[in-house]
Design a protein around this ligand. Structure first.
Ligand code: AMP
Ligand code: MG
Length: 410
């Protein structure tokens, strides 16, 4: 057996960052920016008001209450040309409207009262220069680097890009990931099960995981435990995919053809017995330029193996930095004992992580067998149990967060 760190390093040393491409900004959510974005314009583009109220000359409001003449109205979107605030005058103004010439402060409507026929306003409190004025460039100045290269684009960034009129960005593109299941026993969908058969579940989870990690998924279906069929599937994938995730066929069985085919097709195929539980067997090789992640078939094993070995590599291919490849690892309190026996492996127990009194707390998500996928469905974390006897209730335990921590009420 080899330590997980060695398997992970082996894989990461063999996957390269994909080329950068120009993409519509709105298609780049979650991708890594390859070149900085420079603002060609300021935001806001002009001085404007943060409040509904009256644009005034601050000096005219000294000694408030004072009464001013209303000489105009400016709504958001109005062109301020020709609207001027002179001595003793005010302009009615709405949030977002440009500050008219002559005015240097805004009095919010709550601090005013209409007078005369509604053509005059009483300013009840004195204004200070620049009150409620949002300066041009307050958010972004022209020429600013608004987003640095290497940034992972969030929904907020898409808004920032739109705010400066940027519609395309240079990013590292999504990895096109082929996903296929192998196994003579596997049945697709709702077809009746004959003796010895079971339904393919791995492909369904893996496709969704791959997509949620920002990759483009190419569904390569089910492949029989037949050397030629597996070879055809892998060779075919190499023509269209940047990476391939397979499940099944990498153990010690007689019909574990993925391992055998990779040994033929890949120059650098390495079959590993990783010192972890679940997910001990793992095969990796490069076919053409396409890395192949040969995950084990047991449903829980395939997903844990994906998390620990494939996901970091796919993220590296998409330009994520070395400290941003893995799930966050945090200390948590074990709410109950998480027991195990010494076997030379690190165990990854599927746990429910919740926030209790502002801290992370974990408890078992249920059955910990590598075939017990339903229990894993409740898990949002993998508790890291180093070789030994596990942890007792109240002990600290590290957990990899695979989902958001849940509220204490769960
Ligand atoms: P293998 O790694 O091919 O030896 O498969 C190990 C175990 O996982 C066997 O019990 C298989 O039936 C099961 N298995 C393999 N592939 C899948 C799959 N795609 N969905 C559900 N179970 C699977
Ligand atoms: Mg199999």
């Amino acid at each position: 057996m080899i330590p997980l760190e060695e398997a992970r390093a082996h894989v990461l040393a063999r996957v390269a960052c994909l080329p950068e491409v120009e993409l519509p900004a709105d298609a780049a959510h979650g991708l890594v920016l390859a070149a900085p974005v420079i603002a060609g314009e300021a935001v806001p583009p002009f001085d404007n008001t943060a409040m509904d109220g009256f644009a005034v000359r601050a000096q005219d409001t000294v000694g408030a209450p004072v009464e001013l003449d209303i000489v105009g109205t400016l709504a958001a979107g109005a062109d301020p040309a020709g609207t001027v605030v002179g001595e003793g005058q005010a302009v009615r103004i709405m949030t977002g409207a440009p500050i008219p010439e002559g005015a240097d402060a805004i009095v919010m409507v709550e601090s005013t009262e209409l007078a005369g026929d509604g053509d005059r306003v009483v300013i009840q409190v004195p204004a200070q220069t620049a009150d409620h004025v949002r300066q041009a460039g307050d958010d972004i100045r022209q020429g600013d680097v608004v987003i640095e290269a290497g940034t992972v684009l969030t929904p907020v960034h898409l808004g920032v890009l739109a705010s400066v009129g940027v519609t395309t960005v240079r990013v590292v593109r999504r990895v096109r990931v082929g996903v296929l299941s192998t196994g003579d026993e596997l049945v697709e969908g709702t077809a009746p099960l004959r003796p010895g058969q079971l339904r393919d579940s791995n492909r369904h989870s893996l496709r969704a995981l791959v997509a949620s990690d920002g990759c483009e998924v190419i569904d390569l279906g089910l492949v029989r435990d037949d050397k030629e069929a597996v070879a055809d599937a892998i060779t075919g994938a190499a023509g269209v995919c940047d990476a391939l995730v397979t499940s099944g066929g990498v153990s010690m069985g007689d019909f574990d053809e993925v391992k055998a085919v990779l040994a033929d097709l890949a120059d650098d195929m390495r079959w590993m017995q990783v010192a972890i539980r679940p997910a001990k067997p793992f095969a990796f090789g490069t076919v053409g330029a396409m890395p192949v992640f040969g995950l084990p078939g047991n449903p829980v094993s395939s997903l844990v193996s994906y998390e620990l070995l494939a996901r970091p590599a796919l993220r590296q291919m998409m330009g994520h930095g070395p400290d941003d490849l893995d799930r966050p690892r945090l200390a948590a309190i074990a709410e109950e004992p998480l027991k195990r026996h010494p076997d030379g492996k690190t165990h990854f127990a599927r746990v429910i992580v919740r926030i209790r009194d502002g801290r992370l707390a974990v408890r078992s998500a249920g059955g910990q067998g590598s075939h017990q996928l339903a229990a894993m469905g409740a898990a949002n974390g993998l508790a890291v149990l180093p070789d030994g006897d596990g942890v007792g209730a109240g002990d600290s335990v590290d957990v990899l967060l695979t989902g958001d921590p849940q509220p204490a009420s769960r």
